[in-house]
Write a protein that binds this ligand. Structure first.
Ligand SMILES: Nc1ncnc2c1ncn2[C@@H]1O[C@H](COP(=O)(O)OP(=O)(O)OP(=O)(O)O)[C@@H](O)[C@H]1O
Ligand SMILES: [Mg+2]
Length: 304
């Protein structure tokens, strides 16, 4: 059995009589210290898959295992970084991270907590914003706070739901490097969602496509046998990299086309309604009215 496993899991939403299956027959095996990227289109069920791994969502059928134990609820050993950042609005940047650190490192002294919190705030370049509340931050800054909070808990498994999507290119590459450094130094297991093929190729050992929903499932993984450390500047010249990039892009394009074909085959049933008969003054009618009105006024003026 692998370190982190999903076995034949399905997740749906809605009442039993009208349940919409988002994920179906999901099988995933992640080895310890592996870095896996999941790639897929919007709305396919990527965040739902993350919630499943975090223990926030229970599968309708199938199961999730970490280290041989079934995952049934959230735990600090599986740190999730949510796509919507989920910061507490009434707490400052410092306090948002402090809260998480105190919860996990219960034996830390006040000074240790402070050092630890500041270390992670510095890592994401947010020391100048330490006393700011989330509403005073940009989207990218909130994303970095959220990432710092997840990393600060030092979970065994990092679950990152599009952690870098709101960042500019430069900050994005800095934080990519930071995540890789942390992953290499502390030997963690990472599952990261991304919609960026280059990012996935730079960071991951394996890239797994999630097919389009409903009934989304994980497709055949692409292994990324590129040597580490991977250097952005030289990767582009690497034939293996270029081939993988083309293969994954073609796969995604084909998946998109296939989904369009399926959608066009589905006949949309329209509701049987008759529109009410409204008489609406059109702009022409209004103009005519204005002209008549003006003529009337002119006549009255002449007469009087
Ligand atoms: N709690 C919920 N209740 C009902 N439907 C839900 C719930 N969570 C997600 N869904 C539905 O499940 C589907 C997948 O949602 P999910 O957020 O997992 O997609 P995603 O791949 O993460 O999308 P994005 O790339 O836009 O973040 C969507 O159709 C969504 O409406
Ligand atoms: Mg999502």
């Amino acid at each position: 059995m692998s370190y982190l496993e999903i076995r034949n899991a399905s997740v749906g939403f809605g009442p039993e009589s009208n349940r919409a299956n988002v994920l179906k027959g999901i099988n995933l095996s992640v080895e310890k210290n592996e870095f896996v990227a999941i790639i897929g289109f919007s709305g396919s069920g990527k965040s739902t898959l993350m919630s499943l791994l975090a223990g926030l969502e229970t599968p309708d059928s199938g199961s999730v295992y970490l280290n041989g134990k079934e995952v049934t609820q959230p735990s600090p050993e599986r740190g999730i970084m949510f796509q919507n950042y989920s910061l507490l609005p009434w707490l400052t940047v410092y306090e948002n991270i402090e809260l998480a650190v105190r919860k996990v490192f219960t034996g830390y002294s006040k000074a240790q907590v402070k050092d630890h919190v500041l270390k992670y705030i510095e890592m994401v370049n947010l020391l100048p914003a330490v006393e700011k509340k989330p509403h005073e931050l940009s989207g990218g800054m909130r994303q970095r706070v959220s990432l710092a909070r997840t990393l600060s808990m030092k979970p065994d498994v990092l679950l990152l739901d599009e952690p870098l999507s709101a960042l500019d290119a430069l900050t994005r590459s800095n934080i990519q490097d930071e995540i890789i450094r942390i992953w290499e130094e502390d030997k963690r297991t990472v599952v990261m969602i991304t919609n960026d093929v280059d990012e996935a190729l730079l960071m991951a050992d394996r890239i797994i496509p999630l097919t389009m929903g409903p009934d989304a499932t994980l497709d055949t993984p692409f292994e990324v046998p590129l040597e580490r450390p991977r250097d952005r500047a030289t990767l582009n010249a690497n034939m293996r990299y270029r081939q993988l990039r083309t293969d994954i892009a073609s796969f995604l394009i084909e998946m998109n086309e296939e989904s369009k074909r399926l959608r066009s085959k589905t006949v949309l049933k329209m509701p049987d309604v008759t529109p009410r008969d409204f008489t609406i003054a059109t702009s022409t009618a209004l103009r005519e009215f204005d002209e008549e009105d003006a003529f009337q006024l002119e006549e009255e003026e002449k007469a009087g």
